[in-house]
Design a protein around this ligand. Structure first.
Ligand code: ZN
Ligand code: ZN
Length: 425
C-alpha cells in the first residue's frame, strides 16, 4: 500500500497547517491552513480531495476554510461540534474576511462525536474512515486516526495529533491518546512539535503553576490584570478563577468565546461571569479587583493593551503575564523592565510601578510529552510538522536518543513523505 503525506503548508514552521494524506487514491486533507491575502491556498491541488479534517478552531488550522470551500463547495468537512462553533468565532476575527463568509464556511462543518467511527466517501477503490479523540490544547480540539482499507483487506492507520497537550488544564482535560491494544495499532504518526525545544515548558509543573496563579490573583493588591489569548487562555483562566472562588471580571471581547465554550463545560456558565467593557474593567481594576482581558502580549488597542497603562503606573497593582511574553512585544518589554523604568504601552510612555509576574501554563505538549506520545503510540513512522525546523530536528534527535527506532521525518512543505516505505535514514 502506498501512503504519502504531502505537506502543503505549516511543515517546518508556525504558519498555517495543511497536510494532504494520499493513500492509494484516497485523499484526505488534514487542516485547512491559515488563508488570507498572499497565502498559497490557490496553488494547492484540491481537485480530488475526498474530505477535510479540522483538528481545532485556531486560525492557523481553520483560517483557509472559506478558500478551500470556494474551490470545493461540496467537500465533506469534519470536526468536533465545539470546533465547529469556535471556528465560526475565530473565522470572524480573520481581518480580511467578512464575518458572514466565515460563518457560512463554518456551517459546512459536519460535527463528529469523539471515539466513534465516521465513514468517509472516497473516490478510490479503497475505503477510509476516521475516529477522533480528545487532544487537550483548547476546547473542542481533537486528534484523529484515519484508517485506510484496501479491497485486499490491508489496513493502514495514520494518527494526526493537530495541536495537542497531555496535561489537564482547568477547562480542557488532557489528550486521550489512541494507545494501541491488540486490535488497534498506529502505523504512522503525524505529530506537532511547537514546544519541542522549550525548556521552560518542559520543566514546568502545570498544576503548581496554576495554583500560583490563583494565589497571586487572590492576594491583596490594588488591581490585577491578567492578559490572555482569546481562544484558549480566556476560557481556562475563567474556569480556574471561578472554581477557586476568586472574583473577577472578564473583558466583554471574550464573551462569545466563553459562551461557546460554556456549552461544552459543565461547571462554566456564561451568565455567572461578570463581563465588562473597557471603561467598567478600568473601574474594577481601580477598585482593586481582578480583570481578565484578551491581548496576551499587551499589543496596542487590544483590550488588555488599553487597560495596561493605568495598572502598570499604580504601585501595589499587578500584571500577570502568561506563556508567550516575547521581548519584542509590549508584554515582553514590560516583563524585562524594572520598577521605576519607563515602558511604552498602547502608545503611551508609562513609568512602571506595578508588580509583574510571568507564569507558564503550556497548552501544547512539552518535549517530554512528545517523546512519551511517540513511545506509547509505537508507530513505524513519525512525521514531525508544525514547529520551527531546527526545533523539529532537535525533537528528531531526542526521539532517537529516547530509543524510538522507527522512521522519523522532519516534514518540509512540498516534499512528499512516504509513510509506508522502506527506511530512508
Ligand atoms: Zn492551536
Ligand atoms: Zn497550531
Amino acid at each position: 500500500m502506498d501512503v504519502r503525506l504531502r505537506p502543503l503548508s505549516g511543515a517546518g514552521g508556525i504558519g498555517g497547517n495543511a497536510y494532504l494524506l494520499v493513500a492509494d487514491g484516497a485523499r484526505l486533507l488534514l487542516d485547512a491552513g491559515i488563508g488570507g491575502e498572499g497565502r498559497p491556498t490557490r496553488e494547492w491541488d484540491l481537485e480530488d480531495v475526498d474530505a477535510l479534517w479540522l483538528s481545532h478552531a485556531h486560525l492557523d488550522h481553520v483560517g483557509a476554510l472559506p478558500e478551500v470551500l470556494d474551490r470545493r463547495p461540496t467537500l465533506d468537512v469534519y470536526a468536533t461540534s465545539a470546533t465547529a462553533r469556535l471556528s465560526r468565532l475565530s473565522l470572524s476575527t480573520r481581518e480580511d474576511l467578512e464575518s458572514t463568509r466565515g460563518e457560512v464556511a463554518a456551517s459546512a462543518i459536519q460535527p463528529v462525536d469523539l471515539r466513534s467511527w465516521v465513514d468517509l466517501q472516497t473516490g478510490a477503490n479503497s475505503s477510509a474512515r476516521l475516529i477522533a479523540f480528545r487532544a487537550g490544547h483548547i476546547p473542542g480540539a481533537a486528534l484523529c486516526v484515519f484508517e485506510i482499507e484496501l479491497p485486499a483487506g490491508e489496513t493502514f492507520r495514520v494518527a494526526y495529533t493537530g495541536d495537542f497537550c497531555c496535561h489537564d488544564l482547568p477547562a480542557t482535560p488532557a489528550a486521550q491518546l489512541p494507545v494501541p491494544d491488540g486490535s488497534f495499532g498506529i502505523d504512522a504518526l503525524i505529530m506537532e512539535g511547537i514546544l519541542a525545544t522549550d525548556r521552560g515548558a518542559d520543566a514546568v509543573d502545570v498544576e503548581e503553576s496554576l495554583n500560583r496563579l490563583w494565589r497571586l490573583a487572590s492576594s491583596g493588591h490594588r488591581g490585577c490584570l491578567i492578559p490572555v489569548q482569546t481562544l484558549a487562555e480566556s476560557v481556562e483562566i475563567a474556569v480556574g478563577l471561578s472554581r477557586a472562588d476568586i472574583p473577577f471580571s472578564m473583558h466583554r471581547y471574550a464573551a462569545p468565546v466563553l459562551e461557546a465554550a460554556a456549552r461544552e463545560i459543565d461547571d462554566l456558565s456564561a451568565e455567572a461571569i461578570n463581563f465588562a467593557g473597557t471603561r467598567e474593567a478600568r473601574a474594577v481594576l481601580e477598585a482593586g479587583g481582578c480583570v481578565v482581558a484578551p491581548g496576551d502580549q499587551l499589543k496596542a488597542d487590544s483590550p488588555a493593551g488599553r487597560l495596561a497603562p493605568n495598572v502598570v503606573a499604580r504601585a501595589g497593582a499587578m500584571v500577570i503575564l502568561l506563556n508567550r511574553a516575547h521581548g519584542s512585544t509590549p508584554g515582553g518589554r514590560l516583563l524585562d523592565s524594572e520598577v521605576g523604568e519607563t515602558v511604552e504601552l498602547n502608545g503611551r510612555r508609562v513609568e512602571r510601578r506595578c508588580r509583574v509576574e510571568h507564569l507558564l501554563i503550556p497548552n501544547h505538549a512539552p518535549r517530554w510529552q512528545l517523546l512519551r506520545s511517540a513511545a506509547l503510540l509505537e508507530p513505524d513512522h513519525v512525521a514531525l510538522v508544525h514547529g520551527r525546523e531546527s526545533q523539529l530536528w532537535a525533537l528528531r534527535r531526542a526521539l532517537e536518543k529516547d530509543g524510538y527506532d522507527g522512521d522519523i521525518t522532519v516534514a518540509e512543505n512540498g516534499v512528499e513523505v512516504d509513510l509506508n516505505g522502506t527506511p530512508s535514514r
